[in-house]
Design a protein around this ligand. Structure first.
Ligand SMILES: [Fe+2]
Ligand SMILES: [Fe+2]
Length: 218
């Protein structure tokens, strides 16, 4: 993933703030509504943690479908290679979402934010499980549907992270210290951390938008 410098991150925030959200499809709107019902409308770290937990799921479902697709392709090396490249792309994005999740968990633990077991352990897994099924089924039926759903999800995440930064001007002077800084990115402030995550989400969105127009494996 591309790490931006201080200036680049500020510019990225302005770009997101100045660009309209995608016109979300029905499945994405249902998901966002559900998240508001369970976790409230205010932007809290705990709600973003749930978002990140769900964010990994489409990449896992695509990886799984690609693995099935690659099984009988040994006679067509070009196709096998293309599918394998797709598997690697899905894995890289999954890993990137994993760092987002760990960084949020770390902050939540440090701030000693209390989270209920049902609301923050059980329900997110139930939502993630259902989302996996939808993402998987869409991908099997028509990959563009699945990519569109993910583009909506990532666009929402991008805008939500940049809005979160805007709501917390105090983060601009709070140094970013994390056990995961070396793995994720060396950034100056907490504001820059969330700008960088928001920018990652934009890249995820752009990748899904680019894939929407492509035919299935061939
Ligand atoms: Fe993320
Ligand atoms: Fe993402």
């Amino acid at each position: 993933m591309g790490t931006l410098d201080r200036e680049g991150l500020r510019r990225a925030q302005q770009e997101t703030e100045g660009s309209p959200r995608r016109r979300y499809g029905v499945p994405a709107r249902i998901l966002f509504r559900l998240l508001d019902v369970f976790y409230g409308r205010p932007r809290t770290l705990s709600k973003f943690k749930v978002l990140e937990l769900i964010a990994r799921v489409p990449y896992q479902s695509w990886e799984q479908v690609a693995y099935v697709a690659i099984t009988h392709t040994y006679e067509r090396a070009g196709l096998a290679r293309r599918i394998y490249d797709r598997v690697q792309e899905s894995r890289a994005q999954q890993d990137n979402e994993q760092w987002h999740l760990l960084l949020l968990e770390e902050r939540i633990a440090r701030q000693e934010i209390r989270e209920g077991w049902l609301r923050f352990r059980v329900i997110p897994q139930v939502i993630a499980f259902a989302y996996y099924q939808v993402s998987w089924l869409f991908y099997v039926l028509c990959p563009a549907w699945s990519y569109r759903l993910n583009a909506d999800f990532e666009d929402h995440a991008e805008h939500e992270y940049m809005a979160l930064v805007a709501e917390h001007p105090e983060w601009d002077t709070e140094p970013f210290e994390s056990a995961f800084a070396a793995d994720y990115a060396e950034l100056d402030t907490v504001a820059d951390l969330f700008r960088q995550i928001g920018y990652d989400e934009r890249l995820h969105k752009q990748e899904s938008v680019a894939r929407m127009g492509e035919p299935r494996f061939r």
